[in-house]
Ligand binder design. Structure first.
Ligand code: 5AD
Ligand code: SF4
Length: 499
């Protein structure tokens, strides 16, 4: 079993969640769509794009697949157990389809891309298979299925960013939203299936990102998380002639910011300048981002985070392994010293920054000493959070082709348990260090356990629980004095704002 500590980027509690949205007035084709999502935040964000495309066609959403005309499952391939979960779920849909033979069942996302037409042979009940870059084709594909055929589109694109599709927000609390800024990945980490399932890296039009964030802010949202597999390599080049246009003060500001990224006469927006553009939307809009890559995160990005109060002091910087030889065969293109140097830079430039990581245990040929280097890296950084996994070989990846998956299951598990225990200590240590401090918290709603308590996140991304006050409501910021903690939560009380 993989141990996933909940986060908002790969949120275990949301796996398999069915997404529902308000019907679009005036458009109704009488058909109901059920869509369930697995995997990372990017996948959940893609489901919102799918729902947007189909709501334009008049589909309504339902949270009960038994009542649906079209049932979609947006899938993840990152580890084998993610795929096993989806296959089991498809068996449940088979029962519903028996009762309602007209039901269209579709597989979307990373598994669709990985298995392609093979899926239609393996899973007899699946009618349509659609990869992550082909969602615009869904209306045609559904039509083909209605016409009695089975339909596949798994073409990957070098351009598609869905920039013009304003995603509907599904199951939203109206406060936090994910905004996808790029798609695909060019890194080729040897363990990873993503370059194969999501294709080449491409960055989305910076203006469309700012417009989406501004629109979210105007609708009451107070936090955006900019999403990409490797946000630090975000790079978008503005076609020159239209540069001088821009209406509204936000956009004017953003044009000025844009000039920081100018390069050889072409307006280039890098991640630091994009962050700055989004930070300018409003000081009341919190900006988060995920995922950073140790080889690409620049001091310029760190200084930008330090400069703006509304860019949160939290960086997810996956290390994967603390050993340079293992990092080399993982094709991570940095070594232990480089990673430590990046950590030192974060501590120097943003002293209050929380840092989280991803770790894989039992990668091909990893020795006990090499594993101990990962443990000592955890001692060095004392991460605030970590997402820890046993290596799971994925067909088609560089590691599957080049190296034997030779670490026995019990050893992978033992190493995983060791780092999980270590991380619990450090999470608790980091939480304890907040006792007596005042955290600025964005109220997200009532706590899961009680309607007498609110919950929200601190700047450093820690969950904070505190008694409800009638003076404040979700979507507002409050100062909370931390009184005690668990290893995952800060507990305290609101202190009145000084005018
Ligand atoms: N096996 C185990 N963990 C993996 N990850 C990616 N691919 C694999 C794999 N084949 C982990 C990495 C990555 C996170 C999203 O999932 O740690 O950062
Ligand atoms: Fe997301 Fe990767 Fe899973 Fe695809 S394979 S859904 S990109 S985590």
């Amino acid at each position: 079993m993989d141990l996933l500590i909940q986060d908002k980027v790969h949120d275990e509690s949301r796996q398999g969640e069915a997404l529902v949205l308000e019907p679009v007035i005036g458009k109704n084709n009488g058909r109901k769509l059920y869509i369930e999502s697995y995997g990372c935040a990017m996948n959940f964000s893609d489901s919102e794009i799918v729902a947007s495309i189909l709501s334009e066609q008049g589909f309504e959403t339902t949270s009960d697949f038994n009542n649906a005309d079209v049932v979609f499952i947006n899938t993840c391939s990152i580890r084998e157990n993610a795929e096993v979960r989806v296959r089991n779920r498809l068996k449940e849909f088979a029962g519903a389809k028996l009762k309602n033979p007209g039901m269209v069942v579709g597989v979307l996302g990373c598994m669709a891309e990985r298995l392609k037409a093979k899926f239609l042979e393996e899973e007899k009940l699946v009618d349509v298979v659609v990869g992550p870059d082909a969602y615009r084709d869904l209306p045609n594909l559904i039509e083909q299925v209605d016409g009695g055929q089975r339909a596949v589109n798994v073409l990957l694109s070098r351009e598609e960013t869905y920039a013009d599709i304003s995603p509907v927000r599904l199951n939203s609390n109206g406060i936090n939203a994910f905004v996808s800024i790029m798609r695909g990945c060019d890194n080729m980490c040897s363990f990873c299936v993503v370059p194969f399932t999501r294709g080449r890296e491409r960055s989305r039009d910076a203006y469309s990102v700012v417009v989406e964030c501004t629109d979210l802010f105007n609708r009451g949202y107070r936090e955006v998380t900019l999403l990409g597999q490797n946000v630090d390599s975000y790079k978008w080049t503005k076609p020159l002639p239209a540069l001088s246009k821009g209406e509204g003060s936000n956009e004017q500001d953003n044009l000025e910011v844009l000039s920081h990224g100018e390069d050889l006469g072409e307006a280039v927006v890098n991640f630091a300048s994009l962050l700055e553009m989004v930070a300018h939307v409003s000081p009341e809009l919190r900006v988060r981002f995920s995922t950073s890559h140790p080889k690409d995160i620049t001091d310029e990005v760190l200084y930008t985070i330090a400069k703006y109060d509304n860019i949160c002091n939290y960086i997810h910087l996956p290390v994967q392994s603390g050993n340079s030889r293992v990092l080399d065969i993982m094709n991570r293109t940095y070594d232990r010293e480089w990673y430590m140097n990046r950590i030192d830079a974060i501590r120097r430039i943003i002293p209050e920054c929380a840092i989280s990581t991803d770790v894989i245990t039992g990668f091909c040929t990893e020795t006990e000493e090499e594993h101990n280097d990962t443990v000592s890296m955890m001692d060095y950084v004392k991460y605030d959070f970590a997402y820890m996994f046993k290596y799971s070989e994925r067909p088609g990846t560089l590691a599957a082709k080049r190296y034997a998956d030779d670490i026995p299951e019990e050893i992978k598990q033992k190493r995983l348990a060791q780092i999980v225990a270590k991380q619990q200590e450090y999470s608790f240590y980091r939480m304890q260090a907040r006792i007596g401090k005042v955290e600025k918290v964005l109220i997200e709603g009532f706590s899961k356990k009680s309607n007498n308590d609110y919950c929200g996140r601190s700047d450093q991304n820690a969950m904070v629980i505190f008694p409800v006050s009638e003076h404040y409501k979700p979507g507002q910021y409050v100062n909370v004095l931390v009184e005690r903690t668990t290893s995952a939560t800060l507990i305290g009380g609101i202190i009145p704002q000084t005018p």
